[in-house]
Design a protein around this ligand. Structure first.
Ligand code: PMP
Length: 461
């Protein structure tokens, strides 16, 4: 057979195989729809890693038999499973009460003149230090209103490197920093750089929902280690290892955690670092709440491991509306991130970066904010303890994640409390499979916290 004929033949065979794959793929999705209906009926979770694990091993064997890198087969498996998950998600009951519905409802009630106590948002009420505001105005007046480097202004990168090196007794170079428009963007940029379609990332739940959403929006699998209040919100290290395969690129750590306030123990953190090193996995450490650690405060910046640290000015300096964050990572990662950043938003607004520079100069203000939050935590703990709820005292952040004793679900509780008593909270279902939990944010002045708990008490007792 001459080469042209052979090429034609192979092309026909490839087209044939592609048609078979797509036909089978469609059949697989039809079955997934039926599975969704059955799972809803049986009240089972969408994902079952034990079942997946068996399939993973079989796929690995098929690849080995055909002398193909198992990673390719496993990535394809992840894509197939992701497609089934989206179908199942669309078919199963979604939470009815979400942060968005609470937002809409509070605005509606406020428009009618109701005085709502906002214990749902993770936004400090104190706002930025006055010096930061003054510096922003000055920057605008001085004409610092231009495009800047996609990495951020050099003086802010230098200041970040110096301040963080000093704070965590380590050595960070300015080229290992990149300024971002907020912590959420830092997360998206970091994950977009490391994850490719079909990869997987390990996350611990309950968690800030952005983690799962971001991983899934990149066409990747978010494999969840569920932590429990009974186990002090500490992830089981053996479970982490169980979920790792050749496609796993990231373990996401958030300590202190939103919503539990858990600071991971050094022992667990060391185990995570060891597992990550063994499997060549990058730890992405979201340190949005690190300053708000009321017991031991630490950063992954102190550890020698493959890591990307995400930071934000939103919480510690009360600068949510400034939209300013940063990433600390090896130079090659910062370079890759800068490429996406440049394409995506060109650069972070210049006066906002000047504000960040000033914020780093007034770290003493942060200490005051942290002390204030700690006092509020103590007040809230005393107020909440007599109520028919259970919770673990948080080690950090500004939330209490409590479990209702009544058979009422977190969503029903939040809905009714808002309607009847005008107190807004967030249901636990927003953070994973935590239907009987509710998140209480103590980012409000003490009188409001007292009034909010009094209204909860009235509702619960
Ligand atoms: N990480 C966590 C855990 C958060 O809860 C938040 C905000 N809710 C952020 C990061 C990001 O905050 P921002 O985008 O305002 O910097």
């Amino acid at each position: 057979m001459n080469p042209e004929e052979r090429l034609r033949e192979i092309r026909e065979q490839i087209a044939d195989k592609t048609r078979i794959i797509v036909e089978e793929f469609c059949q697989r999705l039809i079955l997934a729809k039926e599975v969704a209906a059955l799972k809803t009926q049986l009240n089972l979770p969408i994902e079952d890693y034990q079942i997946e694990k068996k399939l993973t091993q079989q796929i690995r064997n098929i690849c080995v038999k055909n002398n193909i890198d198992p990673k390719l087969g496993l990535k394809l498996l992840n894509i197939l499973i992701s497609a089934s998950i989206s179908i199942q998600k669309a078919a199963t009951n979604k939470p009815l009460i979400t942060p968005t519905t609470i937002f809409e409802e509070t605005r509606r009630l406020e428009e009618q003149g109701a005085k709502i106590i906002h214990l749902e948002v993770g936004e400090p009420d104190f706002g930025p230090p006055q010096r930061v505001i003054d510096a922003t105005i000055k920057a605008l007046k001085e004409g610092r209103t231009h495009y800047t480097s996609k990495y951020g202004i050099p003086e802010l990168r230098r200041a970040l490197a110096n301040r963080l090196s000093e704070r965590w007794h380590t050595s960070i170079a300015p080229y290992e920093t990149i300024v971002t428009p907020g912590g959420r963007a830092a997360l998206t940029l970091a994950l977009s750089t490391i994850l490719n379609q079909g990869d997987s990332a390990i996350i611990f739940e309950p968690a800030w929902p952005a983690y799962k959403n971001c991983v899934e929006s990149l066409g990747c699998r978010a494999r969840v280690v569920n932590t429990t209040m009974e186990n002090d919100w500490q992830p089981e290290v053996s479970q982490i290892e169980d979920l790792i395969d050749e496609t796993t690129k990231v373990i996401l750590v958030n300590s202190p955690c939103n919503p539990t306030g858990k600071v991971l123990s050094r022992k667990v953190l060391k185990s995570i670092i060891n597992i990550a090193a063994k499997h060549n996995i990058t730890i992405v450490s979201d340190e949005a709440y690190t300053e708000f650690s009321y017991r031991n405060r630490y950063s992954l910046l102190q550890e020698d491991c493959r890591k990307i640290v995400l930071g934000t000015f939103s919480k510690a300096w009360g600068m949510t509306g400034f939209r300013l964050g940063y990433i600390i990572a090896p130079k090659e990662i910062c370079d890759a991130i800068s490429e996406i950043a440049g394409e995506f938003y060109t650069s972070v607004p210049e006066p906002i970066q000047v504000a960040g520079l000033t914020a780093l100069e007034c770290f003493n203000e942060v200490d005051k904010y942290v002390a204030l939050m700690k006092r509020r935590l103590e007040t809230v703990l005393t107020l909440l303890k007599p109520l028919p709820i259970t919770f673990k005292e948080p080690d950090g952040a500004f939330y209490i994640f409590f479990k209702l004793k009544d058979p009422i679900s977190g969503e029903e509780f939040v809905e009714q409390l808002l309607k009847k008593h005008h107190v807004a909270l967030t249901p636990g279902s927003s953070f994973g499979r935590y239907q009987s939990f509710v998140r209480f944010s103590f980012c409000r002045p003490e009188e409001e916290l007292r009034e909010g708990v009094a209204r909860m008490r009235e509702f619960l007792l």
